[in-house]
Design a protein around this ligand. Structure first.
Ligand SMILES: Cc1cc2nc3c(=O)[nH]c(=O)nc-3n(C[C@H](O)[C@H](O)[C@H](O)COP(=O)(O)O)c2cc1C
Length: 253
């Protein structure tokens, strides 16, 4: 079947493939190889984050480097407390959850806390009815950093198992500022081939077509427009030789 014409502004094919490769091979990492991240490389990652889109261009993100080993241990202790509370809240999945590795705070080369800035109530553009768009914007920044890190060969793990008030106190944040992520960043021995929670059979990626609707909630896309085949084709083309095939279906557990 002939390919449709490529839009004039498209990247050359190899560069396009590199973008998709970073997307598909990015993983949330919990195993790190120690080491260090050169300051200029760390700055490239932060610059990528800082070029994320944000509602009303409010740039609500703040990044705080945890340089002190004692502070890092303090954060780790807070996460451990919350991990236990989370396990209890999970009921029958408590034991399975406790077996999962959910952070790499001690072994990662770098730990950065990402927070929403104080004074966000002043920003109304795009947030009058959806104030949480500041959080959405900051998540975009983290994703930029995550993808750039993958391209640079560094792992990133997003840890959100913590009491935000306790973390804010520990780090001297002003009223109104809110930590949303502890990022573990650094060299890894290898990237998981698929989400670790999928490898551990905690959950699996649901089928793309299950999350696509047309005209009304729950109404599937017209099969003539279905993008499922495109998704599969892109992934197949980019999969490294010898890699196991990525599951295309399944359901969250
Ligand atoms: C907002 C957010 C918070 C997360 N918090 C945690 C966490 O506290 N611990 C953890 O192990 N993974 C955490 N993750 C990572 C997810 O478990 C992971 O993205 C998911 O299992 C899919 O795997 P992948 O990122 O490798 O594709 C978080 C991810 C997001 C987007």
């Amino acid at each position: 079947m002939p390919h449709p014409p490529t839009p004039d502004q498209a990247f050359p094919p190899a560069q396009r493939d590199a973008v998709y490769r970073a997307i598909f091979e990015r993983r949330d990492m919990r195993h790190f190889a120690g080491g260090t991240v050169a300051p200029e490389l760390m700055r490239r990652l932060l610059t990528a984050a800082h070029h994320a889109p944000s509602v009303g261009f409010m740039q609500p993100w703040r990044f705080l480097r945890v340089a002190s080993p004692a502070l890092r241990r303090g954060l780790h202790a807070l996460v451990e407390q919350e991990r236990v509370q989370t396990a209890r809240a999970l009921g029958e999945r408590e034991e399975a959850f406790m077996r999962l590795k959910v952070e790499g705070l001690i072994d990662a080369a770098e730990v950065w806390v990402v927070a929403l800035a104080d004074g966000r109530e002043r920003h109304v553009f795009g947030r009058r009815t959806l104030p949480q768009m500041d959080l959405a914007s900051t998540a975009c920044a983290i994703q930029n950093l995550w993808l750039a890190a993958r391209a640079e060969g560094l792992g990133v793990g997003w840890v959100s198992l913590f009491d935000p008030v306790a973390v804010a106190c520990l780090l001297g944040m002003p009223d109104g500022a809110e930590p949303i992520a502890l990022l573990c960043i650094g060299p890894v021995h290898g990237f998981y081939e698929e989400p670790m929670l999928q490898q551990q059979r905690w959950a699996s990626r649901c089928a793309l077509d299950d999350v696509l609707f047309e005209d009304a909630w729950g109404q599937p896309l017209d099969p003539r427009d279905s993008m499922g085949g495109v998704d599969r084709a892109v992934r197949t083309r980019l999969r490294p030789a010898g890699a196991r095939s990525a599951p295309d279906g399944g359901s969250a557990g």
